[in-house]
Design a protein around this ligand. Structure first.
Ligand code: GAL
Length: 792
């Protein structure tokens, strides 16, 4: 019987290196007690002189040690015991009772350590050294330490190999009423006698009904590892799609003499996913346009630690926006992210590397160290191991529809690069015959000598285009030339410009463009992508602002429609208006508090999927606008009646309006009927706060997220309020941190005071017991609000 125990609690940590820390004799007095997951970089405010540089978000690096004392009952007969680390950044060494037991270089790989021979009945010690001192080693904020979950796994010496059960859909026949699956299981005999075993697979639907049983017998010599496959069917399968992400549960067991030796359970989905040169991405045989976003792994205020609740809130926002794809740039993600993508319906590009043999530049300064370190340090000796670990761990996720072996790999323009590509792609094909492989190329059609080699492009299952309009005349023609030259080529936009900017910032200049032009790049590209089936879709850079890849004095990069706190920028509504075709979007920008600028013309922008919008200021009609580009609901057939001439080719509407205080009102029409209204108005000063708890269920261990907003006397949202807010938590919980998405705020996320930014602030509270929790917020000018909730 397999027993998996969460191993996150009660660790000791120190940011210091000393060889004695591996053994019992170490003095733990100067260590800090904490629970995992933990990112030590986020425990410090960014500093300009940190060697991680702008790339790494000016984060603290170094060498740290974690220690945990634990008690074991007597190991059972024929038992195997493992520690499972989902991710340590980076270069870790694990010691058990003073002896080296394992470890891992690449900071994003999940790995097992076999501790069977090292643990004993009674008191035990595990110590982990984490070496993140060779910096800069990342182009984005990596975090440091044991930043993902840890588990203790106990099972029989005859057991499934790690990530050893892999289930795929072979086909859906005919007329979608039978699915043929393929389940491979790798079983290992670590014992000293030969054994006859049975491998059983059962599949249950969402209501717990058994829908398929299959099995196979195996004879295992001592020390043997054997692969076995069954091909069961499921009748009338409920298929997994991005719009209806239906999940089954697979339960696999190894049995001998009527006894269960090992078991494995996972969620899985029934679906086929292929890329086609003419029809683009095909899910269950039908074209689905990928409307995807790239994300890095950080979660803002918790740094590299990505709690389920944080990802759930962020992903649900992206889903509401109409996004249906996530690219895990540029490394294997936390398992919980993929679980959520399965549950919420995202088409995932799972990516292994940002570097192969050649390191990339990590900072603005071309000094040698910025090119010395990075994941390339591990590539020569561990590329196969790292890639295989990702392929096996993530195999069962229906959300994963394509593997990516690299992002903007410099070797794309060299003959050696073609060899490495084939080596990596072959590993993917051997491990998984059900998914295609890409690599994100940024230099297709670039100038020599950096141009991607044709051989490199043509060797890929699916050619990944980063910034397709970047080189030469492609700014207007995008994929056109390549389509003509290589009609057989499968194509996906692995990375293209998203629409970001600073939330609530309506100054007309600035580094990151202004609000009125923020979406233009994407509008041009989307008109092409949407109207050409052979382009499978896009993953845009990025869905959410992220830490790192920045310049002082900023801590992150504002590339997404959501800020680091997960709040919506105006551009969120741009994507929603074109991608979420189920709901009506009508959104006006900017805000309307421009005291002292009376008479100054402001560009009023509207993101909408209404056919026509009428704008009014203080009740006076300003004008009406509509669309011309083919889009949902915007164009009528000649024989259905024609009611309004379109006025623009863009995917947004705009008016120039002289500022006067009051109310700007947009009325949206479909079929001549008023279907939506949006108003922005000049508000009073902030007079109060309003707080919303995001979580619906709260228990011990929940990360509770609270969204705080500024209100005026009349309860209206105040979009330019930026007061200091303090937070106090009472009851069985503690403040984890606050974030308002302002990348210029370099203060510690975990401090009990933070400045609100343009009317909003997010607080995250960790529940540490049962009972009532009270969270009180107070602003520097006297407004206060309290929320209470019960942890069950
Ligand atoms: C891309 C790269 C990303 C990020 C982005 C910034 O070229 O793949 O990792 O650096 O540029 O705009």
């Amino acid at each position: 019987m397999r027993k998996t125990t969460n191993f996150n609690k009660d660790w000791y940590f120190i940011l210091e290196d000393n060889p004695t820390f591996s053994g019992q004799e170490a003095d733990e007095n100067s260590f800090r007690k904490l629970n995992l997951p933990h990112d030590w970089s986020v425990d410090y405010a960014p500093q300009e002189n940190e060697k991680t540089g702008g790339g790494g978000g000016y984060a603290k690096s170094g060498i740290g040690w974690y220690r945990k004392h634990f008690t074991m009952e007597r190991p059972a007969e024929k038992e195997k015991i493992y520690l499972y680390f989902e991710g340590i950044y980076m270069d870790s060494t694990v010691y058990v009772n003073g002896k080296e037991a394992g470890g891992y270089g690449y900071g994003y790989t999940s790995f097992y350590v076999d501790v069977t021979k090292l643990v004993r009945e009674g008191e035990n010690l595990v110590a982990v050294r984490v070496k993140n001192d060779l910096v800069p080693n990342s182009r984005w904020y990596s975090g440091s330490g044991i930043y993902r979950d840890v588990y203790l796994v106990r099972t029989n010496e005859i057991h499934f190999d790690h990530f050893g059960v892999r289930c795929a859909t072979n086909g859906i026949y005919p007329k979608q009423d039978t699915a043929l699956l393929q389940i491979r299981a790798q079983v290992v005999n670590d014992g000293s006698t030969a054994e006859n075993v049975g491998v059983l697979h059962k599949i249950y639907d969402r209501d717990g009904k058994l829908v398929s049983t299959s099995g196979i017998a195996l004879y295992l010599e001592p020390g043997e590892s054997s692969d076995c496959m069954v091909r069961p069917t499921v009748e009338a399968p409920h298929l997994w799609t991005d719009e209806d992400p239906y999940l089954y549960t697979l339960v696999s067991t190894v049995v001998a003499d009527g006894r269960e030796l090992d078991s494995f359970t996972c969620k899985t989905g029934i679906r086929t996913a292929v890329f086609d040169a003419d029809r683009g991405f095909l899910l269950n045989g039908g074209t689905v346009k990928i409307k995807g976003m790239c994300v890095h792994h950080d979660c803002g205020l918790t740094g590299a630690v990505g709690y389920r609740e944080s990802w759930e809130r962020r992903l649900k926002e992206l889903k509401d926006m109409g996004c249906n794809g996530i690219r895990c740039s540029h490394n294997p993600p936390a398992p919980v992210l993929l679980d959520l993508c399965d549950e919420l319906g995202f088409l995932v590009m799972d990516e292994a590397f940002d570097e192969w043999l050649l390191a990339k530049n990590k900072t603005d300064n071309y000094y040698s160290e910025s090119l010395a370190y990075g994941s390339s340090m591990f590539f020569t000796n561990h590329a196969k191991e790292d890639l295989t670990a990702m392929l096996r761990r993530d195999y069962n996720h229906p959300s994963v529809v394509i593997w990516s072996i690299g992002n903007e790999i410099p070797e794309q323009s060299s003959v050696d690069g073609v060899k490495i590509l084939k080596f990596l792609q072959d590993i993917c094909h051997q491990e998984d015959s059900s998914r295609m492989v890409t690599s994100a190329c940024d230099n297709i059609a670039a100038v020599e000598p950096i141009r991607t080699l044709r051989e490199f492009e043509n060797a890929l299952d699916v050619v990944g285009y980063n910034y397709v309009g970047r080189w030469r005349e492609r700014a207007e023609t995008f994929y056109e030339e390549d389509r003509k030259e290589y009609p057989e080529r499968r194509m996906i936009g692995t990375e293209n410009p998203s629409a970001g900017g600073i939330r609530g910032d309506y100054s007309q200049e600035g580094w990151f463009g202004n609000y009125a032009t923020a979406t233009l790049h994407h509008e041009a590209l989307w008109r092409y992508t949407a109207s050409h089936d052979f382009v499978s879709g896009d993953y845009l850079w990025t869905g959410i602002d992220y830490l790192g890849e920045t310049r002082w004095p900023r801590r992150g990069a504002p590339c997404g429609p959501l800020d680091t706190a997960g709040f919506r920028k105006d551009t969120f509504y741009y994507f929603r208006s074109i991608w979420n075709t189920k709901e009506i979007t009508l959104h006006l920008a900017p805000q309307w508090n421009f005291e002292g600028q009376e008479g100054v013309y402001k560009q009023v922008i509207c993101y909408t999927n209404c056919e026509e919008v009428k704008l009014y200021i203080n009740g006076r009609y300003v004008g009406s606008r509509g669309y011309q580009c083919p889009r949902y609901g915007a164009v009528r057939a000649w024989n259905e009646g024609f009611h309004k001439c379109s006025t623009t080719n863009d995917l947004h509407l705009s008016w120039d309006v002289a500022y006067e205080p009051g109310v700007l009102r947009a009325e949206g029409f479909r079929n001549g009927e008023l279907v939506a209204v949006d108003e922005v108005c000049t508000t009073g000063k902030m007079a109060g706060l309003s707080a919303d708890v995001v979580n619906t269920e709260i228990s011990e261990g929940s990360l509770v997220q609270i969204e705080l907003s500024a209100r005026d006397e009349e309860g209206r949202f105040v979009p330019d309020a930026c007061p200091m807010i303090s937070c106090q938590v009472e009851g069985p919980a503690r403040l984890v941190g606050m974030d308002a998405g302002d990348l210029l705020d370099l203060s510690l996320y975990s401090s009990p005071g933070r400045r609100m930014f343009n009317g909003l602030l997010l607080a995250a509270v960790m529940v540490e017991g049962k009972g009532e929790v009270r969270v009180t917020f107070a602003s520097e000018d006297g407004a206060a609000e309290t929320v209470t909730f019960r942890a069950e």
